[in-house]
Design a protein around this ligand. Structure first.
Ligand code: AMP
Ligand code: MG
Length: 412
């Protein structure tokens, strides 16, 4: 075996790949275009939210002492001396004992009042309100700064922005968020047999599915996919496509990395000056994977089999994309689940078996999604996890606990 054929472990491959990833430059993005992107700086609040003490209910603002000993049979009767709508402030005199101000949810608490009595606990007639039970100081008041205090770090650099975070940014009057540029990821399919969907297909040909599935994966992780079409199985065509692809930050090819006579991806990568650092990985599916970098750009020669290309994307390209966007959390969660069937394997490689987990009596259980050939794309479509069978393991029995990687869940 030459150095070129050396197979490395999944963990070593991830380490090598991530060591080549450089973060993309910072930019500002409109908040509505920033979901799924990664903050490049901490977001520190310069305001209190809410800005003032305000009412949590529609009701009456009053001094809590005014409700002392009130019951349904013997209500407290107060004079209604004004009204405050959400969005306005009260300009009348301080609320004194025996008086109440009608108040809407979100309106600022008037001076003098220290509690809000909900409408449901009152009866109002002829300028007076009867309160049917006792209230304590502070009831139904939302305090200034109770959500966010001025000076607080609300979101930190490296956080991947989620919908609730967009709400936070809007609350802080940010119309833009500091993020890292979305990396552009070029996709090249390779193979004489491939035909894109929508085009006429001939004998011996198959649909190009990989480019489309990978396109969707790239979008899902916040990068910008650029599909460059199919390189036919010649050095020349593969070379031409690669030249175009170097406009991107990351280049992905599928197919053409095995031992076949017409597998040119590795040769072209080398000729073009890519420093290749990964060639084969001790895993199944996805053994052949060529990775290298040139001038800070990353090149992944993913295997051609549809399942292999997606599993390899998840394990290697996905974390590289997230790291280049500056993300702190790049690992899919791995949890233990009880296996529902026996699985045998050869011990040398790590296997990623397409699995479906569910919850039985409060415990995670997992089964395989049927035939596991690396061309069986259905196994991936039906999977919600990958069962990880480590190197050295050859037999797992129903009832054993196995690690499963939750592929549809957010990174931790
Ligand atoms: P290769 O490594 O190029 O020999 O490809 C391995 C297997 O994956 C072959 O059966 C190919 O036909 C298939 N394959 C390669 N690229 C694609 C693709 N883009 N879409 C679907 N199948 C593919
Ligand atoms: Mg091929």
């Amino acid at each position: 075996m030459t150095e070129n054929d050396r197979m490395i472990s999944v963990d070593e491959a991830i380490r090598i790949i991530l060591s080549e990833v450089k973060p993309t430059p910072e930019e500002s993005a409109p908040i509505l275009d920033s979901v799924g992107r990664v903050l490049s700086r901490d977001i520190v609040s310069d305001v209190n939210i809410p800005p003032t003490d305000n009412s949590a209910m529609d009701g009456y603002a009053l001094k809590h002492e005014s409700t002392r000993s009130a019951t349904g049979n013997s209500p407290a009767e107060l004079v209604v001396c004004g009204e405050i709508r959400a969005g306005s402030v009260y300009s009348g005199p301080d609320v004194a004992e025996g008086f109440a101000v009608r108040i809407m949810t979100g309106a600022p608490i008037p001076d003098g009042a220290d509690a809000v009595v909900p409408v449901e606990d009152t009866l109002e007639a002829q300028g007076k309100v009867r309160v049917l039970c006792e209230f304590q100081s502070g009831e139904n008041i939302r305090r200034a700064g109770e959500d966010i205090a001025a000076g607080m770090t609300v979101l930190s650099a490296g956080h991947r922005i989620r919908p609730a975070d967009i709400g936070l940014l809007a609350s802080l009057n940010r119309i833009e968020a500091p993020v890292r540029r979305r990396p552009v990821v070029a996709i090249i399919a390779t193979g004489d047999e491939l035909v894109d969907p929508g085009e006429e297909i001939g004998p011996g040909q198959i649909r190009n599915s990989n480019a489309y599935a990978l396109y969707a994966e790239i979008l899902k992780y916040g990068a910008i996919p650029r599909y460059l079409g199919i390189a036919r199985d010649t050095m020349q065509d593969t070379f031409e496509k690669f030249k175009q692809a170097f406009e991107a930050d990351i280049v992905i090819t599928t197919g053409g990395v095995s031992m076949g006579k017409y597998d040119f991806v590795k040769d072209v990568m080398r000729d073009i000056g890519v420093g290749i650092s990964v060639r084969k990985i001790l895993m199944k599916p996805g053994k052949p994977l060529v990775f290298g970098a040139k001038d800070g750009k990353l090149c992944f020669g993913l295997p051609g089999n549809p399942v292999s290309s997606l599993v390899s994307f998840l394990q290697f390209v996905r974390p590289a994309i997230l790291k280049s966007m500056g993300a702190r959390s790049i690992d899919k969660p791995v949890v233990n689940a009880v296996l529902l069937e026996d699985i045998r394997k050869k011990p040398e490689r790590r296997h990623f078996i397409r699995g479906f987990f569910s919850i039985r009596n409060g415990e995670l259980v997992v089964s395989t999604t049927g035939p596991q050939g690396s061309g069986i794309l259905m196994s991936m479509s039906q999977a919600n996890c990958l069962i990880i069978l480590k190197e050295g393991v050859s037999l797992l029995r129903a009832g054993d606990r196995v690690p499963v990687q939750l592929i549809n869940h957010e990174e931790i």
